[in-house]
Design a protein around this ligand. Structure first.
Ligand code: ADP
Ligand code: GLC
Length: 489
């Protein structure tokens, strides 16, 4: 099959979160199954043109009120032959930030910027003379591509192309004033028909949920959760209506990048058979974070966007978050790597200065994220909701026991510890409250001090789990096949 991935992020070119990892790794996995997969994304200012190939000739994209002239560049995904095409348009993407910058987290011209992406993705296929069987769009920023297929291209050279839309995070929907709708270049008839209308505003994600042939999301549990009001961010009704077209497929892990036996970013490599070498990484992590190099105290790690989704209010919220109590009442160390909401960054700096056993690094740091996975004993992820979550899988593979909340992909990847039998791979908290985080971290520390044999068994069990992309890629293949079958009916 010819498969076009439309996305606003893909590693190693542009990343704010797991979306970037998932899109690239899925593309490579599908190409290994024999498909012709191509990826299209904007050429953000940070992506150096000099490292890309120029695809000759300008590309005119009819978009909104105007014909927009763009350039096209290309590259391939590392260790693969998957082509990546970059849409170059100075006015839209020639600036810092993917969706925004700290002073303007959501650029006010995002409806234009990401409408252009949708139009340009389809135009690109014509330019390079390659028509996809499947257009697979990811999250709201890529939503326009499947919508255009249904409403603009139903009788064009795309008439046999089916669309698949993946929800990586339903909390981000791309909601804007409807006066910006003309930028989509769709007619006003389609405003309702395509599902853009949302309480008199326009909602990109909603339109993709209504208009795409098939929908997927990134874990089976999240697929069920988003059909309920608690997790659906107002889209639960549509998703219940479309439930027969919705599949939950667990993300895999890019084992080329995340593998403790081969990881170039950690001081000492190790496997389940040589797990005792993990202690060297713990020592290095403690040193890097300025903590006492004590092997006997449990070390809790965190790598996260500092966003409400991740449970950071309950953990770090000034005066009510439990981190301070955890670090003063339980004998442990804690390291945090993260960036995001300013109040939370501020709170982390305060904890940094007040607690001798707490150390936070505010920022984005790939190598430190690997060192935390390798060096910590436990990994904390008390998410309010978690479509899939990658870090708990990295943790399991690195023998770092996850402490997670019972939601989304965390449910599908972590089994709760059973104190009687020693079974399980992690520690699970049910309800998200400061107290329950405190209790569950306390429970993990208790196991560390009193049931060390269980802790070791859990580490090994986690390390022996398989999280490769091969199984998931086959499931996507089935979704594509069904989308094409439905199309022919
Ligand atoms: P989400 O996409 O919701 O942020 P995921 O767990 O799916 O959550 O993916 C997060 C990805 O981003 C992981 O690869 C994680 O290591 C990485 N990450 C998040 N914050 C940072 C940071 N501050 N520094 C380095 N990597 C980070
Ligand atoms: C989103 C989700 C995360 C998921 C990632 C990749 O950012 O928040 O849970 O792992 O997308 O699908």
């Amino acid at each position: 099959m010819n498969i076009l991935m439309v996305t606003s992020e893909a590693v190693p070119f542009a990343k704010t979160g797991g979306l970037a990892d998932a899109v690239s790794a899925l593309s490579v996995a599908l190409s290994k199954l024999g498909h012709d997969v191509r990826v299209v994304l904007p050429r953000y200012y940070r992506i150096d043109r000099n490292k890309l190939e120029h695809v000759s000739g300008p590309m005119g994209v009819h978009c909104g009120y105007q014909e927009i002239w763009t350039g096209v560049y290309s590259a391939v995904l590392p260790d693969s032959t998957v082509p990546v095409y970059f849409i170059d348009h100075e006015q839209s993407y020639g600036r810092d930030g993917i969706y925004g910058i700290p002073e303007e987290p959501d650029f006010n011209d995002n409806p234009q910027r990401f409408s252009l992406l949708g139009h340009a993705a389809l135009q690109l296929c014509r330019k390079i003379g390659w028509m996809p069987d499947i257009v697979h769009a990811h999250d709201w920023a890529a939503a326009l591509a499947p919508i255009l297929l249904k409403f603009h291209e139903a009788y064009s050279d795309f008439s046999a192309t089916a669309s698949v839309f993946t929800i990586h995070n339903i909390g981000y929907q791309g909601i804007y004033g409807k006066h910006l709708y003309p930028h989509t270049a769709l007619s006003w008839d389609n405003f309702y028909a395509a599902g853009f209308e949302d309480w008199d505003r326009m909602n990109f994600l909603k339109a993709a949920l209504v208009s795409s042939d098939k929908l997927t999301t990134v874990s089976p549990t999240y697929a069920k959760e988003i059909q309920r009001p608690e997790y659906g961010f107002r889209m639960d009704g549509i998703l219940r209506y479309r439930s027969s077209d919705l599949t939950g497929i667990l993300n895999g892990v890019d084992t080329g990048t995340w593998n403790p036996g081969k990881d170039k970013l950690i001081p000492v490599k190790y496997t389940a058979k040589t797990i005792e070498k993990k202690a060297e990484n713990k020592k290095a992590l403690q040193k890097r974070m300025g903590l006492p190099q004590n092997p006997d105290v449990p070390l809790i790690g965190m790598v996260t966007r500092l966003a409400d989704q991740k449970g950071v209010s309950e953990l770090f919220g000034p005066s009510y978050g439990s981190a301070h109590r955890i670090c003063t009442e339980i004998d442990l160390q804690m390291v945090v790597l993260g960036s995001g909401e300013p109040w939370c960054e501020q709170e982390l700096s305060t904890l940094n200065h007040t607690l001798p056993n707490f150390s936070a690094y505010i920022g984005y740091d790939d190598s430190l994220s690997h060192l935390i996975e390798a060096g910590a004993d436990f990994f904390l992820m008390p998410s309010r909701y978690e479509p899939c979550g990658l870090n708990q899988m990295y943790s399991l593979m690195y023998g770092t026991i996850p402490i997670v909340r019972k939601t989304g992909g965390l449910v599908d990847t972590v089994e709760n510890y059973n104190e009687q039998t020693g079974e399980g791979t992690g520690f699970i908290l049910d309800h998200l409250t400061p107290q329950s985080i405190y209790d569950t971290v306390g429970w993990a520390a208790y196991a560390w001090y009193n049931k060390r044999d269980h802790v070791r068994e859990m580490q090994i069990r986690g390390m022996n789990k398989k999280f490769g992309w091969d199984v998931s890629a086959k499931q996507y293949e089935d979704v594509y096949k069904n989308a094409l079958l439905d199309k022919k009916r």
